[in-house]
Design a protein around this ligand. Structure first.
Ligand SMILES: *Cc1c(COP(=O)(O)O)cnc(C)c1O
Length: 394
């Protein structure tokens, strides 16, 4: 059944669209909760437009579900959420440039601090406004990216904790070893991190929100859950580890399009651009209006498959910016207007984002490549419990 506020999909409103299944998002949150203890908080990671799912809608839905906090990469992403009704804490995972410090206060955002200069500046700005600003310190263990190194951590945190009008609410790190499923590496990194926490406690600094685990550690390393977990990729139902998942996660995004043209192309002819695909037999070719202008990972595709009439149909050569062509010779009933599933399920056939990622040559655990879906693709939100209808009730 089609919910109010959701466009009827059998109407020819869009030729290409992404369905965002909020029921699956709800199930994924439930399963993240099951993997954590009752006391542990869940921070949902909504950077890159909610991994391409539409950050605002996803945030409103999760806020209503009672999620504890959000994380985004930068101030702009956070401001967008605040302007659209998000009131729960939002952590900025990246660096806040001086020019955007005003927004931190105006929109009550939580910055990450990893340099003393930034911490001092925020402290001064907070004092000037007679406000207390919550901040999180990021520790870099083996990523080589933003964050203070372990040997700098204790004096740095002491200095931050001593600054007026700053409240040191959180301390966190991001484990590359968890992504590598390197059990020893994770253990070693956690020892490093725990020894820092211990030394801070000995100095009388007890940071209330310690958080380390992103998706792979949520699944595989409960010892890394601390007071809060940061869930990104598994929230969207995409795989985070090679090892079997302890609980199922359901893909939230389905990517669909429609056949817009069909023609028979003779043997020896080519399909596509300069390095076109040469046909070795007479072929029935369907054109689908979806290309790398809709999802950048399509740029890397050469071949691959989509679903039509519940069956797999091979993509002929490289997708173009706005179209790709499919061999439908083996599915004679295909006609213009038929639904094409690019990622998702059709009948009994399933085509996953991880398979698409693998086909694009970026590896199946990079299925978060769905964040490369561009703004050209409308996102249609579907919820059997009618989230869209209830939205305006506040
Ligand atoms: C993106 C990100 C996450 C979420 O990672 P997933 O693997 O998608 O769960 C968590 N923490 C930080 C610091 C991040 O940058």
């Amino acid at each position: 059944m089609i919910e109010q506020g959701v466009q009827p999909l059998n109407e020819p409103v869009h030729l290409t669209w992404a369905e965002i299944h909020l029921d699956n998002l709800r199930k994924n949150v439930d399963n993240i909760r099951r993997l954590c203890s009752n006391k542990q908080k869940i921070m949902a990671v909504l950077k890159a437009d909610g991994y391409g799912h539409g950050a605002v809608k996803i945030a409103l839905f999760l806020q209503r579900l009672g999620i504890d906090a959000f994380a985004v990469a930068n101030v702009d992403e956070a401001v967008l959420l605040r302007k659209n009704g998000i009131t729960i804490p939002i952590l900025i995972l990246g660096i806040v440039p001086c020019g955007q410090m005003e927004d931190i206060f105006h929109y009550q955002l939580t910055p990450t601090v990893c340099t003393l200069e930034t911490a001092q500046e925020l402290s001064r700005a907070a004092s000037a406004r007679q406000m207390v600003l919550s901040v999180h310190v990021r520790v870099d263990i083996g990523l080589g990216s933003i964050g203070v190194l372990p040997h700098q951590c204790v004096p740095f945190v002491e200095a931050v904790a001593g600054l007026p009008n700053l409240a040191l609410e959180g301390i966190y790190t991001h484990l590359t070893t968890a992504y590598q499923e390197d059990d020893h590496g994770v253990q070693r990194d956690l020892q490093t991190f725990d020894s820092l926490l211990l030394r801070l406690r000995q100095k009388g600094i007890d940071v209330p929100l310690v958080h380390v685990a992103s998706s792979p550690a949520i699944l595989r390393y409960p010892q890394a859950h601390y007071q809060m977990v940061r869930a990104g990729i598994i929230l969207y139902g995409l795989p985070a580890i090679h090892a079997p998942s302890p609980l199922p996660f359901y893909p939230v995004m389905t990517l669909k399009s429609k056949v817009v043209f069909i023609k028979d192309v003779g043997e020896g002819e080519t399909v596509g651009y300069v390095h076109g695909y040469r046909l070795n037999r007479r072929t029935r070719v369907a054109t689908v209006p979806f290309g790398y202008g809709d999802a950048l990972f399509f740029f890397y595709l050469n071949g691959g498959e989509v679903l039509l009439h519940g069956r797999r149909a091979p993509i002929l050569g490289r997708p173009m910016m706005d179209h790709f062509m499919v061999d439908v010779s083996h599915i004679p009933e295909v006609k213009v207007g038929d639904e094409v599933v690019i990622i998702g399920q059709q009948g009994k056939a399933v085509l996953t984002a991880e398979e698409m990622a693998e086909r694009a040559g970026i590896g199946r655990l990079n299925a978060d490549c769905v964040c490369m879906l561009t703004q050209r693709v409308p996102r249609i939100y579907i919820d059997s419990r009618g989230f869209e209808e209830r939205r305006d009730e506040g």
